[in-house]
Design a protein around this ligand. Structure first.
Ligand SMILES: [Fe+2]
Length: 458
């Protein structure tokens, strides 16, 4: 069977615990916490789960920093019931949604002092301990009615964590708000036809912004055994929804057909809503991934008076995994960070022909810092084959300027055959890293991560 898990994506087979990691440079003593990153790491490349990059069992890689030291590195599979059994362990207790028990592989976040591995499409998060052991599937103390989402947005003013959940068996998407204590405080169902896939959303102070784009659940492809039964659907409209955060119905504004995985940030500007996101010309031709061109950083400006949407290209170079200073989620931002990337294509379903899989060129060897009002970028390159992942911005202690802080990413070092956690100064983006933590092993390419600062006493 064709597998996309080659080269940089090739899974690792061991769980490692290593202490007192070697460091080049100096880790800022103020960085007390964990840098965590999730990604698919199938057990066995002959498993059906290894047929698609989105379906491999999640593995979380983490580095704990404290008092200027890199205290530990750990990597741990997320143990859903099947994974626990394969590792000779008892399945964890806890209720899954709709019998969908998935080893969450897309993101890892901290909220209410807890750690969650997250995924979309109807599954619930898995809660992890501080040291990345699996606690179990999480319904937030019985308050989550359905599944959850891979991507979340924390409102920096209210401390509420927003998400948009979807599931092929639903006739709606569901906006879910977690309170700062980690309990669902409200849900809002948004009626949407055809069960479209939605990977991310955007948040402003006034609106939850929902992407309803023409990639929808396909019974045809499910019947053919497609590992990810979603396809491009010309019959489905392309539109962006504005769900008022203070109540009421979503209002839908039409856009050119396109596909968006990720939002950089969004905000209100008078009667306009501004969304910066990575846009693809399309997602699939039928069920075959064909992005129709490079993913570019674009600005969507939604006029809430005229109902018109205008699009501006902010950077036409291929890039993905956009991030911003999360103190500004839902508020105007100046800077953004992204990883350089290339086109990618992957497996539609077993037995299909003429299909390429995802090459590592999806991850480049550069990070990009955007100064958006100036239309300027700084590009920070690493060595050949370094396959640098998502850049996570961490504010410096007492930071006043938006870019006063650090950018962290996993960067492969092909000479060592292992990965480094690189900590850059965001204000000296092209300079020597502030610190490089040398991990004892390769971290396969993966998806998203977080810096989770320690709480008092951790
Ligand atoms: Fe994502």
């Amino acid at each position: 069977m064709t597998t996309p898990y080659r080269d940089g994506f090739a899974p690792v087979t061991e769980e490692i615990t290593a202490f007192d990691l070697p460091v080049t440079g100096r880790i800022p003593a103020e960085l007390n916490g964990r840098y965590l990153r999730n990604g698919p790491n199938p057990f066995d490349l002959d498993d059906p789960n290894a047929a698609h990059l989105f379906l491999g069992e999640g593995m979380v890689h983490g580095v704990r920093l404290r008092d200027g030291r890199a205290e530990w590195y750990r990597n741990r599979w997320v143990r859903n019931a099947a994974t626990a059994r394969r590792l000779g362990e008892e399945p964890r207790k806890g209720a899954v949604h709709a019998d969908f028990d998935f080893a969450a592989n897309t993101h890892v976040i901290g909220h209410a002092g807890r750690t969650f591995a997250t995924v979309e499409a109807g599954a619930r998060p898995y809660e992890l301990t501080y040291e990345l052991d699996t606690v179990g599937p999480c319904d937030f103390g019985g308050t989550l009615p359905g599944g959850y989402a891979a991507h979340t947005k924390l409102d920096p003013h209210t401390g509420e964590l927003h998400a948009v959940a979807y599931y092929f068996g639903w006739d709606h998407h569901q906006h879910v708000v977690l309170d700062p204590q980690g309990r669902v405080s409200r849900t809002t169902d948004i009626p949407i036809a055809d069960a479209p896939m939605v990977h991310d959303f955007a948040l402003t102070q006034r609106y939850v912004v929902i992407y309803d784009l023409p990639v929808t659940f396909s019974m045809d492809h499910a019947a053919k055994g497609a590992p990810l039964p979603y396809s491009w659907n010309d019959e489905h409209p392309a539109r962006i929804g504005l769900l008022p955060r203070d109540g009421g119905q979503a209002r839908w504004l039409e856009v050119e057909p396109c596909w968006i995985f990720h939002t950089l940030n969004a905000y209100d500007d008078g009667d306009q809503v501004v969304i910066d996101a990575v846009r693809y010309p399309k997602r699939f031709v039928d069920a075959r991934l064909d992005l129709g061109g490079q993913p570019t950083l674009d600005r969507f400006t939604l006029d809430t008076v005229s109902g018109k949407v205008s699009e501006t290209r902010l950077d036409d170079r291929a890039q993905e995994f956009p991030r911003a200073d999360e103190r500004l989620t839902s508020l105007p931002h100046r800077y953004g960070y992204a990883a350089a990337s290339h086109d990618y294509v992957d497996v539609a379903y077993p037995g299909d022909t003429g299909i390429e899989d995802l090459p590592d060129e999806a991850f480049g060897n550069a990070l990009i810092k955007h100064d958006l009002p100036r239309g300027a970028q700084e590009t920070r390159t690493f060595g050949r084959g370094s396959a640098v992942g998502e850049p996570v911005f961490v504010p410096a202690e007492g930071s006043a300027a938006e870019d006063d802080g650090y950018v962290m990413a996993f960067v492969n070092d092909p000479r060592r055959g292992a990965t480094d956690l690189v900590i850059l100064s965001a204000q000296d983006f092209r300079g020597e890293p502030v610190a490089t933590v040398h991990l004892p092993a390769r971290v396969p390419l993966g998806f998203h991560g977080s810096w989770i600062a320690d709480l008092e006493g951790q």
